[in-house]
Design a protein around this ligand. Structure first.
Ligand code: PLP
Length: 348
């Protein structure tokens, strides 16, 4: 790319893409005085858990683009397939209600006699929830297609959200815009590091915006699932989104800083470091993280600070992507962990 864009030029390109407004933007950027002092850095948390849409989270931003696409093709019913514990399902159910479209959620999991967390919210929001016990997330695809065909046979115009053109690109546009918000909120100070829980999509947007603006910020993704190759997917999505924005810019997988190191045994399985990070952020700054995504991302950030991968004195923004309804679904693990920590500190 010849020359860099100004933030306002990048913003106007993003604004040229159709969207439905759902999110409360800009989300706050919260300075963390105690953790900053204890870690020897300047730590800010971008509160994307406060985006709105039924407890909020990172998906609220990208749903603005994805729902605009569904409306533009004249959909009269939405179909979406994800994990039963998904934050995305909850925010999608709220967005669907706001635009008045019925939503069929095909969720991978086991039927629950007493649903908790996101699943409980999906039901309260009135989505047509269908739980299927299939081996992997990819096994949902034929079911989504079959559901859509059945709806078509009945004369409907279904839109499978997973297959939308904006599925990944919308997430990247959303986080390109989030970076612009951060820069504005920091009054000219540019973060040395941005940390985000990401399998690639949100990170793609941060990366492309940072490259388009010519920033030197390290954009570090901490993955919470093995479902995606975060390096390949962030690079591909960033390049596709740059193309959509008319930017002559490519990102290659070796420019993507992401790690699977803090994921533990698998998606949705809490790690001791993740749970410890939840307690730390809660008790030092009053911020609630979650055990599936942001707790693990915070564990990655804290470990990088301890190991000196984040240089002392750096300015660091941690993007809180939401997910707190999972705290209630993981009540047993959290309670056990707090008891163990308390007995360790009593020395028993
Ligand atoms: C709370 C939270 N953080 C992070 C992510 C990952 O986002 P991305 O789509 O950028 O990989 C998700 C995805 O569901 C999420 O719910």
């Amino acid at each position: 790319m010849n020359g860099f864009l100004t933030p306002s030029a990048l913003r106007s390109r993003i604004y040229s893409i159709p969207r439905v407004r759902f999110a409360f933007l800009p989300t706050p950027l919260q300075y963390c005085p105690t953790l900053s002092r204890e870690l020897g850095i300047s730590l800010w948390v971008k509160r994307d858990d406060l985006t709105g849409l039924a407890f909020g989270g990172n998906k609220t931003r990208n749903l603005e683009f994805r729902m605009a696409e569904a409306l533009s093709v004249g959909a009269d019913v939405l179909v979406f397939g994800v994990e039963a514990s998904s934050n995305s399902a909850r925010q999608t159910a709220a967005a669907a209600n706001m635009i008045g479209l019925p939503l069929i959620l095909i969720l991978r999991g086991k039927p629950e006699s007493s649903p908790q967390g996101n699943l409980l919210c999906d039901l309260i929001l009135g989505a047509d929830v269908r739980i299927v016990d299939v081996p992997t997330i990819h096994s949902l695809d034929p079911i989504l297609k079959e559901t859509a065909k059945e709806l078509q046979r009945k004369g409907h115009r279904p839109f499978i959200l997973n297959h939308g053109k904006m599925f990944a690109t919308g997430a990247a546009l959303a986080y390109a815009e989030c970076l612009l918000e951060i820069l504005e909120q920091m009054d000219g100070r540019v973060p040395d590091y941005i940390y985000i829980s990401s399998g690639g999509k949100g990170q793609a947007g941060l990366l492309l915006a940072s490259k388009a603006l010519g920033l030197q910020t390290h954009i570090v993704g901490i993955a919470a699932t093995f479902n995606e190759d975060p390096w390949e997917s962030a690079a591909r999505i960033a390049s596709e989104t740059a193309n959509l924005l008319g930017l002559d810019l490519m990102i290659s997988p070796n420019e993507v800083e992401n790690t699977l190191e803090y994921l533990g045994p698998g998606y949705g399985i809490p790690t001791p470091e993740g749970l410890r990070s939840i307690l730390l952020f809660a008790r030092k700054e009053g911020i609630l993280l979650d055990p599936v995504y942001t707790g693990k991302a915070a564990a990655g950030l804290l470990d990088h600070v301890r190991k000196g991968k984040v240089a002392p004195g750096s300015t660091v923004v941690f993007i809180h992507t939401g997910g707190q309804p999972a705290l209630f679904a993981y009540s047993n693990s959290l309670t056990r962990f707090m008891q163990e920590e308390a007995s360790l500190s009593r020395g028993s």
